[in-house]
Design a protein around this ligand. Structure first.
Ligand SMILES: NC(=O)c1ccc[n+]([C@@H]2O[C@H](COP(=O)([O-])OP(=O)(O)OC[C@H]3O[C@@H](n4cnc5c(N)ncnc54)[C@H](O)[C@@H]3O)[C@@H](O)[C@H]2O)c1
Length: 260
């Protein structure tokens, strides 16, 4: 299937590693120009190099997305370079464990800036170009919005916000034929996940336990499985899909808990 993404300029926040990197690679394999907006320039340049090595097109802009001015400069840099934006993947974020008991106002607000506020800002700033291109928006979100996790109020709230904004923008942007969807991730092996699992006692045992609870295949979702869905949702091939929260999670959130 040709996803018709050739030369489409698509911004991927946090595209230097993990899920974002997987999406950047999948898009570049389809001929799109993967524009990585991330805070770690060395890592972004490495990913750009990997993409160029297989003949793909990629570009990187360094920005700490918790800084609104950096978001503004990043979007401007993309427009200056390419003259258009055809898609936006809001992906950067981290599960930073700001809980009800261990948190406070400053930590809660700071986590919302890490995980939610830039989703809004990047869409707001890219919108004039997305309107011109009838582009598409994809928000990466987490199961925690629906299932809770405990000890991570701000991250769960941010993911609730990511899901709500997906529906809200899908409605607001109907007149422009801009489709807005979300992929909900449950357990996907990435550098972020590895850091998190190593931060809890008995990580190996815990990992086994988690794998056992994933219905399809008793294994974590691979980055490529998220990335393939992302490429499809950003492409005109999914032209009548909007406002959807799509769970690429091996059945983790919705299937019967009694399955063994
Ligand atoms: N890995 C999982 O199992 C999982 C589950 C649910 C949701 N998610 C979501 O997927 C997204 C990506 O997660 P991942 O596991 O690939 O993480 P990761 O840490 O492996 O990669 C995240 C990338 O985003 C960048 N980034 C983070 N905050 C940034 C900021 N403020 N400014 C600029 N760049 C920033 C990092 O530098 C890194 O390159 C996150 O939003 C996370 O909430 C992941």
């Amino acid at each position: 299937m040709n996803l018709q993404l050739q030369n489409k300029v698509i911004i991927i926040t946090g595209g230097a590693r993990g899920i974002g990197k997987g999406i950047a690679i999948a898009l570049a394999k389809e001929g799109a120009i993967a524009v990585i907006v991330s805070r770690t320039k060395t890592e972004s340049l490495k990913t750009v190099g990997e993409i160029e090595a297989f003949g793909g097109k990629a570009f990187q802009v360094e920005a700490d997305l918790t800084n609104p001015q950096a978001c503004e400069m990043a979007v401007k840099a993309v427009i200056d370079k390419f003259g258009c934006i055809d898609g936006l993947v809001n992906n950067a974020g981290e599960n930073d464990g700001v809980g009800l008991q261990n948190g406070n106002y400053e930590k809660f607000m700071s986590s919302l800036h890490k995980n939610l506020v830039h989703y809004y800002l990047m869409a707001n700033l890219a919108l004039p170009e997305l309107i011109k291109s009838n582009g598409s928006i994809l928000n990466i979100s987490s199961k925690t919005a629906e299932t809770g996790q405990g000890g991570t109020s701000a991250y769960a709230a941010a993911n609730g916000g990511r899901n709500a904004l997906t529906r809200e923008w899908a409605v607001e942007l109907l007149p422009y034929q801009i489709r807005v969807n979300a992929i909900i991730v449950a357990e996907c092996w990435t550098p972020l996940y590895e850091r998190w699992i190593n931060s809890i006692p008995n990580p190996e045992e815990k990992l086994k336990e988690i794998n056992n609870k994933i219905p399809l295949g008793k294994r974590m979702t691979a980055v490529e499985e998220i990335a393939n869905m992302a490429a499809f949702l950003l492409s005109p091939i999914s032209s009548h899909t909007t406002g959807q929260l799509i769970y690429v999670d091996g059945g983790y959130v919705h299937l019967d808990r009694a399955i063994s």
